[in-house]
Design a protein around this ligand. Structure first.
Ligand code: TRP
Length: 337
């Protein structure tokens, strides 16, 4: 019984979309069968940019419900809310004091996000990757399934664990923190925007037509797919660099239809957009229906959902507190007996 441990999380900002599902949550659902899995809603990360207090709790709960609706099983995985476990903030502070500022200033995502924030960049935004490192390191995670764009953050978590904690305060034989590995899953790992095949599908893109939210009703899905950007070639194919939108839509179709890439490409090789788009609409609506039904059921019954999240909180905090205690001891903090 020595299962490897997995930890991952998504921010509760905006609506989860098929990119979050196919690129992240769907992989967790597979991983939980063979790994000890912890997934959290990272609400502390959500306040690194200005946020609406009237929405935070609602979106946090909705994100957790969607994890479950997508197939995360609370009987075998721990599903919890980051801010409910104070060890995340506490370890983050300790790691802050050991992480060089110049490691943070080179984080690509910080540079991109801070440009968007103009004059109003919080220290929290700069510190975002350290909090993420705390999330991961608290659970002794072996594997962290993340998208390409999070690789640099994972590298940072590894460097902090290895160079700043283990090598300074631990020993070769008795490392304090486990050094995690990224798990970058290829197929479906990156779903692109419906209006620009070169951009990742994103919750923060102002144009809602760029993404299909998991809770979009059928008519909205139909409209978004109808308006999705295409090209003037006939027939669909993979691997043509000049056709990023085709690559993306065909890849979504291959996954959601369950046909797989090869069969999907064969079926669609001489199809025009007028035939393909209704087909894609149909498989998307069908694929999302069970998720939406399960979601409605969960949101209608907050008692059950609360129980799940309380259980998750309990099992996660047990592990997190142990790690935090280990770090506190290694760093020499006062310990009342
Ligand atoms: N930064 C991650 C993202 O945007 C979210 C995240 C926060 C995360 N903490 C994490 C992912 C810990 C994996 C593990 O996708």
């Amino acid at each position: 019984m020595n299962k490897k441990r997995v930890l991952s999380g998504v921010q509760p900002t905006g609506e989860l979309h098929i990119g979050n599902w196919l690129g992240a949550i769907r992989n967790w659902v597979e991983l939980q069968k063979t790994h000890e899995t912890f997934v959290c809603v990272v609400d502390l990360h959500a306040i690194t940019v200005p946020h609406d207090p009237a929405l935070l709790a609602k979106e946090t709960l909705s994100t957790a419900a969607l994890y479950i609706a997508c197939g995360m099983d609370p009987k075998i995985s721990s599903i919890f809310i980051q801010s409910q476990i104070s060890a995340h903030s506490e370890l983050c502070w300790i790691l802050n004091c050991l992480t060089p500022l110049n490691w943070m200033e080179r984080m690509i995502q910080f540079k991109e996000k801070s440009i968007k924030q103009g004059d109003n960049v919080s220290i929290g935004l700069l510190d975002y990757p350290v909090l993420m490192a705390a999330d991961i390191l608290l659970y002794d995670a072996d594997l962290v399934p993340v998208g390409e764009d999070q690789k640099q953050h994972l590298e940072l978590a590894r460097d902090i664990a290895q160079q700043r904690i283990n090598s300074r305060f631990g020993s070769e034989e008795q490392p304090i923190l486990k050094v995690p590995s990224p798990l970058i899953i290829k197929e479906g790992a990156k779903v692109m925007s419906l209006i620009d095949g070169n951009k990742k599908m994103s919750k923060s893109e102002p144009n809602e037509g760029s993404r299909i939210a998991l809770l979009d009703p059928p008519e909205v899905i139909a409209k978004k797919i109808k308006r999705a950007k295409t090209d003037s070639f006939i027939g669909l194919e993979f691997g043509n660099k000049e056709r990023p939108e085709t690559e993306n839509l065909l890849s979504i179709y291959a996954i959601l239809s369950g046909l797989g890439k090869e069969k999907a490409a064969k079926d669609c090789e001489s199809m025009g957009w007028g035939t393909f788009k209704p087909l894609l609409t149909e498989v998307t609506i069908d694929a999302l229906r069970p998720i939406q039904e399960k979601y409605v059921e969960l949101i209608k019954d907050p008692t059950e959902l609360n129980k799940i999240l309380n259980d998750g909180r309990r099992s996660a905090s047990e592990v997190a507190e142990l790690t935090l205690e280990k770090v506190r001891r290694a760093l020499g903090f006062f310990n009342a007996v």
